[in-house]
Ligand binder design. Sequence first.
Ligand SMILES: [Zn+2]
Length: 123
Amino acid sequence: MKKSRGISNKRPSPPSSGVPARIAAIQAQLVRLDYIGSGTLHTRTKVCGKPNCRCAHNPAARHGPYHEWSWREGNRGIHLVITRDQAKALRRALRNYRRLKKLLARWEEESARTILGEVDINP
Ligand SMILES: [Zn+2]
């Protein structure tokens, strides 16, 4: 280890200092989430309706897959056809959102635990 580095080798305090360790751990997971999304992703194949098309007789020759993102806005259902890459990103966003909701619930629990006195504060 070099001695010529200066007065202190101490690292600065992490931004979470003073926050209970269990909450800091939740925050660390939250910042790693990139996209979040809600609604439903459907992936389906289709029959085009032309009687002489391969899809008419062979289920394996159906067209697609097509990806459709559906969500509600008020009383209206919105459906949007998206690309395969968009579907991949959306799948991740949907997964992240479920994770976010779990993390928020845990954060709230840990906050209440701390507020009510079962304290576990970092030095
Ligand atoms: Zn067809």
